[in-house]
Structure formats: C-alpha cells, structure tokens
Design a protein around this ligand. Structure first.
Ligand code: NAD
Ligand code: TYD
Length: 338
C-alpha cells in the first residue's frame, strides 16, 4: 500500500507512520508531506530517513505544486493530518487555521480528483471539537455541528469540504472525528505534555478556570489503530467518531500527573479561563464499535507510558521549550499576564 500522509512530522502523523511501518514493514510505502511549522519536527522520524519505502517532502498542503509532487508516485491512500491544531493559538491568530485547515483540504481534494481511478481512500482527520460543547450525553455522527472557536470552526470547514467531494465527485472519502489524543511525541503546548514537562521542572501548572472542563482522552496508538482499521472497513462518505471512553476533568488529570511524578499539588496554579472555553466533549462511539473496533489502552496505563516517555526523552522537549524562541515567545504571550 502506498500512503500519502500529510502532517506526518507532527504528533499523531508521526505516530501513525511509525504504526504503519511496525505493522506492515516494507509493504508500507509512505510519502510524508509536511510544511514543518513550529509543530512539525522532521527528526521525529529520523530512523526512517534514507529507507526506500519512506520519502519526506518539505511542502505545504495549500500549495498545488507541492501537493501534485506528493501524489506523483501513484498513491493508494491519503491520510490528512496536516493542520494548525492549537485552540489557544487560534485565539491569537486565526488566518493560518483557515488557510491550512480549510483551503489546504480543498487543494488535497482537488488533486485527489485527478487520481480518482487509483485512489482507494482519502481519510480526513477531523475532531470531536466540531460538535462543540455538550453538558450531558454524547455526540453521535449525525448530530449538528456547532464549533465554538476558530480552530474547531476551521476543522468543521475541512470536514464538510471532504464530505462535499465524496458526495459531489464520488471520491472515496471517510472522515474521522477523534477526541483529545495523548501519548509520546506530543508538542508541549497541549495540556498533558505541558503539565508533565512543567512538573518535571517544578514549574507552575496553569490550570484554566475552575479546572472542571471535561475532555475524552484517546491514547494516540489507539487512534492510529482506528484509522488503519477504517481504511479497510470504513464506507465512503461516512463519518466515524473515535473516542477513548476516558472522560476526565482537567483537574483530575493534573493531580494524576503530579502523583505519577511524585510532585506536590502546590504546583497547580489556577489561571484566568480560556475565552469561549468548551465545557465538555463527549463522543458516542457505537458506530465504530459495531464495525468491530475497540481501543485497547487503559487510561492510566497510557498516561503512565506518556509520563515515562517525557521523563526519558528530555532532550526532545527541552530543545523545544528551552531553545526554540518561537515557543518561548508563545509561552510568554499565552501565560505571562495570567
Ligand atoms: P500537530 O500540531 O502536532 O501537527 C500538525 C502537523 O501538520 C505538523 O507537522 C505541521 O508542520 C503540519 N502542517 C501544518 N500546516 C501544514 C501545511 N499547510 N502543509 C503541510 N503540513 C502542515 O497536530 P496533531 O495533534 O498531530 O494533529 C494532527 C491532526 O489530528 C490535525 O488535523 C488535528 O486537527 C487532528 N486532531 C488532533 C487531536 C489531538 O488531540 N491532537 C484530536 C482530534 C483530531
Ligand atoms: P488542550 O490540550 O489545549 O486541548 P483542547 O483545547 O483542544 O481540548 O486543552 C485540553 C484542556 O486543558 C482544555 O479544557 C483546556 C485545558 N488547559 C489548561 O487548563 N491549561 C493549559 O495550559 C492548557 C494548554 C489547556
């Protein structure tokens, strides 16, 4: 199988490429198209560089020439992870989110049309955030979309554009809406890696609002396995929720991280809330389960593995947190006045 993975230098994309090579070995051929934004780190996949079944292209999904180049080696499956992904950054500047998360999807779909006879699957990686917030109960795939921040609004645009190309041109599109991922290689701006790495250094953990917002947590390897499963078993034009079944309040996760690292709760620093902060995300995953897929990682085991990975890979995250001027500027802007 020949895969075009976009955004493969980021958190989930790099885990997915690793998953493919682990599962299929030299039967998997991967083209990784990535712009290497602040969140893209080519070295995440250094072990595959130079292998004949892996090719890295430094390019932008909004650029038709880069995208044409990426499709050129007769692709069977496209998995689009490339996106601007951080809600807090979308509150500072939303233009790049519209560019990549909406327009970039359009460019990928247009090129897909040219390769339609050979293309078996186009997977658009969407998010549970497109449904918006839910106080009680869980969202089904048929529920209305109600994105409430610039990130999720952009993702909803890409999600529906992919659907439109399935409906209009018969492209073999499926759309996955996953909940919050966690695991190794996650850029340390998101809740879990930020709090783990701050705690290791005895720095404050800036918990927004009352700390009682709820997210459903999905271990990244389970997400990768679900995507692989859906490439085989999913049906064209369909949307699939992918959840971990692990709803937790942020304050509970924060305490658990501190316990695992044997650090005091006094590191928790309540700070001003995120604007328009979605209270709770929750997915009904019956559709995926009925097809025969179940996550296999227990939340506590996944969190322990994640914490352990950050303990053992200090050089990776210190290069970002301490040596990247971009990260330091972002951190000062995001947390400085809170
Ligand atoms: P990430 O921020 O770690 O990585 C994004 C990658 O996309 C980076 O390598 C970046 O360089 C690349 N990229 C950005 N703009 C690009 C462009 N214009 N052209 C080519 N490459 C570009 O993100 P992630 O957490 O790995 O998320 C991957 C996908 O999964 C995204 O589409 C995101 O919306 C979706 N998703 C993420 C989560 C989560 O919890 N992280 C949950 C559900 C869905
Ligand atoms: P995040 O990892 O940014 O994911 P998302 O906003 O896409 O769900 O945030 C997860 C939760 O953690 C969310 O409710 C916001 C909260 N949070 C904090 O309390 N402090 C922080 O510094 C960050 C980054 C997030």
């Amino acid at each position: 199988m020949r895969y075009l993975v976009t955004g493969g230098a980021g958190f989930i994309g790099s885990n997915f490429i690793r998953f493919l090579f682990r599962k299929y070995g030299s039967d998997a051929h991967v083209v990784n198209l990535d712009k290497l934004t602040y969140a893209g780190i080519r070295e995440n996949l250094a072990e595959y560089e130079g292998k004949k079944n892996y090719r890295f292209i430094h390019g932008d999904i909004t650029n038709p020439a880069d995208v044409a180049e990426a499709y050129s080696g007769s692709i069977d499956v496209v998995v689009n992870f490339a996106a601007e992904t951080h809600v807090d950054r979308s509150l500072m500047e939303a233009g790049s989110f519209i560019q990549t998360d909406v327009h970039g999807v359009l460019v990928l779909l247009e090129e897909a049309r040219k390769h339609a006879p050979n293309l078996k699957r186009f997977v658009q990686i969407s998010t549970d955030e497109v449904y918006g917030s839910i106080e009680r109960g869980s969202f089904k795939e048929t529920d209305m979309l109600n994105p409430r921040n610039p990130y999720s609004a952009s993702k909803a645009g890409g999600d529906r554009m992919a659907y439109a190309y399935a409906q209009t041109y018969g492209l073999p599109v499926i759309i996955t809406r996953a909940s919050n991922n966690f695991g190794p290689w996650q850029y340390p701006e998101k809740l879990i890696p930020l709090f783990v790495t701050n705690a290791i250094d005895d720095l404050p953990l800036p918990l927004y609002g009352d700390g009682r917002n709820v997210r459903d947590w999905l271990f990244v390897e389970d997400h990768c396995a679900a995507i692989d499963f859906l490439i085989e078993r999913g049906a064209t034009s369909e949307v699939y929720n992918v959840g971990g079944g692990n709803e937790r309040e942020n304050r509970d996760i924060t305490r658990r991280i501190l316990q695992m690292l044997a650090k005091p709760e006094s590191l928790i620093k309540p700070v001003g809330d995120r604007q328009g902060h979605d209270r709770r995300y929750s997915l009904d995953t019956t559709k995926l389960e009925r097809l025969g897929f179940k996550c296999s990682t227990n939340f506590d085991d996944g969190l322990r593995r994640t914490v352990q990975w950050y303990v053992e890979n200090e050089a990776w995250w210190r290069a970002i947190k301490e040596r990247s001027a971009e990260f330091r500027d972002y951190y000062a802007k995001q947390y400085g006045g809170r």
